[in-house]
Write a protein that binds this ligand. Structure first.
Ligand code: NAP
Length: 268
């Protein structure tokens, strides 16, 4: 199932425009930085202009000729998303990466899933012939998902597979980053040996999303994740199984999302 892919030799993408949500920090930042090396224009979707400015300065320190811009984007504010989408006039892919893991389950579902569902709806006129790349999680593969965060991630992944079935004019693919270190992760030396071996940085956590945007051999409905136990390493195409392959469940998530957001992604 796996084609050769070299994370250090990305295809050139001059003339393309990619939007990355939550690009001012974490994995999204690294997705933006890696995509910027291809010559593409990278739009950093962020609710904070100041944080986006800092992120763009960091990217330019690594990629001096990077083509970058900020898009004001707050996924938890559904009413604002049409205005954000209207700011763009061309788009080849959106990476639905932004995410929160918080106690407020409704706000978490709204940010992680419903916000992206509505954003994709408003971007649809630009996306025909392009890609929607949804960032799920290994916890979203669990049957059943064990908490509200995992449910929000599974909903995102089911939406992405359903989008590919319902709107064939747009290629919808899923990626998940595996387990990526952040400032809240305990130092490696305090972790058990297996956990310490399987952790990776957020730069490597960005590899599956970057492949999902750029790989010309990828097909709609496929999923890209890290090679080693789905937790770390080079990005590979992995099988879609279990609940993630449940079309009826995905259709229910879709219908409920239409009800909750009042919009429905369709080919314009
Ligand atoms: N890290 C992991 O090990 C891991 C594992 C599996 C899946 N994931 C998934 O990977 C994605 C990125 O995770 P991460 O670890 O890089 O997270 P992170 O470091 O916490 O970064 C999250 C990003 O999302 C943005 N964001 C949060 N709420 C937003 C909103 N309402 N509107 C717009 N942007 C918003 C944040 O912006 P602010 O700076 O404004 O808050 C930030 O840029 C998430 O979807 C997560 O579920 C991560």
């Amino acid at each position: 199932m796996t084609t050769r892919w070299n994370v250090h030799r990305l295809p050139r993408a001059e003339g393309k425009t990619y939007l990355v949500t939550g690009a001012n920090a974490g994995i999204g930042y690294h997705v933006a930085e890696q995509l910027a090396t291809t010559g593409a224009t990278v739009v950093l979707g962020s609710r904070s202009a100041a944080k986006a400015d800092d992120a763009m300065a960091s990217i330019r320190a690594v990629v001096p000729d990077a083509r970058l811009r900020h898009l004001q984007l707050d996924l938890s504010d559904l009413a604002s998303l049409k205005t954000s989408a209207d700011e763009l006039d061309s788009l080849d892919a959106v990476v639905c990466n932004a995410g929160v893991q918080i106690d407020d389950a409704d706000l978490m579902y709204a940010t992680n899933h419903l916000g992206h569902f509505a954003l994709v709806h408003w971007l649809m006129p630009l996306l025909v012939g392009g890609r929607v790349v949804t960032t799920g999680s290994f916890v979203g593969k669990d049957e059943p998902p064990k908490d509200a965060y995992a449910r929000s991630k599974q909903a995102q992944m089911l939406f992405a597979f359903e989008l590919d079935r319902r709107v064939p004019e747009v290629m919808s693919v899923v990626n998940h980053p595996g387990g990526a270190l952040d400032s809240l992760t305990p130092p490696r030396k305090l972790l058990s040996l297996p956990a310490a071996l399987l952790l990776q940085g957020k730069d490597a956590g960005a590899w599956p999303a970057v492949r999902a945007v750029l790989d010309p051999d990828l097909r709609g409905g496929q999923m890209v994740g890290p090679r080693v136990f789905g937790l770390c390493g080079e990005p590979r195409i992995e099988p879609v199984r279990g609940q993630l392959a449940d079309g009826e469940l995905a259709a229910r998530v879709w219908e409920e999302s239409v009800e909750l957001t009042g919009v429905e992604p369709r080919c314009p």
